[in-house]
Design a protein around this ligand. Structure first.
Ligand SMILES: C[S@@+](CC[C@H](N)C(=O)[O-])C[C@H]1O[C@@H](n2cnc3c(N)ncnc32)[C@H](O)[C@@H]1O
Length: 231
C-alpha cells in the first residue's frame, strides 16, 4: 500500500469524527438484523424479525473497519476507481466515508437495516462533506433486489453485515448478475464465526472468481483482471 500525506490527512479527518462520537454516551435504540455474536444460533426468522437492543453512540461508533483495515479498503477503492460501490452494512457510515473519500468519482450506495443507526450515519456523512454517498434503509433481504435493479451494475461490493453463512452466500448469488467484468467483492469478518469461515471457504472455491485473497479479517475476491497490486 502506498499512501500519501494527503491520504493520511483524510484518515485523520474521518477518525476525528469517530473520536467525537465516542465521547457521546447518549443511548440509542436499534434493531439488530444480524447473526448476533459468533456463537449465536439465531434462526433465519429471528434474524429477519430482528433483535431490539439499546446501545450508546460511543459503542456504535467503535463498530466497523478502523486503522489498517479501513485504509486497505480506501486504497482498494482509490486504485480500482469503481463507478458504483454497493455496501451492505452502513452502521455509522465510517467505511462508506473512507470509500467515498478514496475516489470522488465513485458513487457509494450503502444499506442499513436500522433507521436510527442510518440517521447517525447521515450526520457523520454530512460532517465529512461526502456528496457521493446514497443511503438506503431496510433489511438486505427486503431491499437488495430493488437496489440492484436500480443500479444495474456494481463494480465493488463490500459485504459487512448480517454475518451469517447462508445469508452471506445468498447475497453473493444475488449480486453476481450485476457485477461488472472486473468487479471486486470484499467480505468483512471472514474468520468471525464457524459459519463465516465456511462461507469464505465456499467462496474461495467458487470459479466465478479469478482470485480470492484471504486477509484473515477481510476477504477480497476479484472477478477478472490483473489487480494483484491492489491488496
Ligand atoms: C459491522 S456493521 C457495518 C460497519 C461499517 N461497514 C463500517 O465498517 O463502518 C453491520 C451493520 O449491518 C447492519 N445489518 C446487519 N444485518 C442486516 C440486515 N439483514 N439487513 C440490514 N442491515 C443489517 C447492522 O445494523 C449494522 O449496522
Amino acid at each position: 500500500m502506498q499512501l500519501t500525506s494527503h491520504d493520511h490527512t483524510i484518515f485523520e479527518l474521518i477518525e476525528a469524527i469517530r473520536t467525537k462520537r465516542k465521547a457521546q454516551n447518549e443511548v440509542i435504540a436499534l434493531v439488530d438484523y444480524g447473526a448476533g455474536d459468533p456463537e449465536a444460533t439465531r434462526s433465519h426468522e429471528e434474524m429477519y424479525q430482528g433483535v431490539p437492543k439499546e446501545t450508546t453512540i460511543a459503542q456504535l461508533s467503535s463498530i466497523g473497519l478502523k486503522g489498517e483495515w479501513a485504509q486497505r479498503l480506501y486504497y482498494l477503492v482509490q486504485k480500482h476507481r469503481p463507478v458504483k460501490v454497493l455496501e451492505l452494512g452502513t452502521c455509522c457510515g465510517f467505511s462508506a466515508i473512507y470509500m467515498a473519500k478514496a475516489c470522488r468519482d465513485s458513487m457509494i450506495y450503502t444499506v442499513e437495516g436500522d433507521p436510527n443507526v442510518a440517521a447517525l450515519a447521515k450526520e457523520n456523512i454530512e460532517e465529512a462533506g461526502c456528496k457521493n454517498i446514497t443511503q438506503y434503509i431496510g433489511r438486505f433481504q427486503d431491499v437488495l433486489p430493488a437496489i440492484l435493479e436500480a443500479l444495474l451494475q456494481v463494480d465493488l461490493a463490500f459485504i459487512d453485515g448480517h454475518h451469517d453463512k447462508e445469508a452471506t452466500l445468498h447475497y453473493l448469488e444475488m449480486l453476481k448478475p450485476y457485477l461488472s467484468p472486473k468487479a471486486v467483492v470484499v467480505f468483512d469478518d471472514i474468520s468471525w464465526s464457524d459459519g463465516m469461515k465456511e462461507a469464505w471457504e465456499k467462496i474461495c472455491h467458487d470459479s466465478f472468481f479469478e482470485r480470492c485473497v484471504d486477509m484473515k479479517k477481510l476477504g477480497i475476491c476479484f472477478v477478472k483482471g490483473e489487480m494483484n497490486d491492489m491488496v
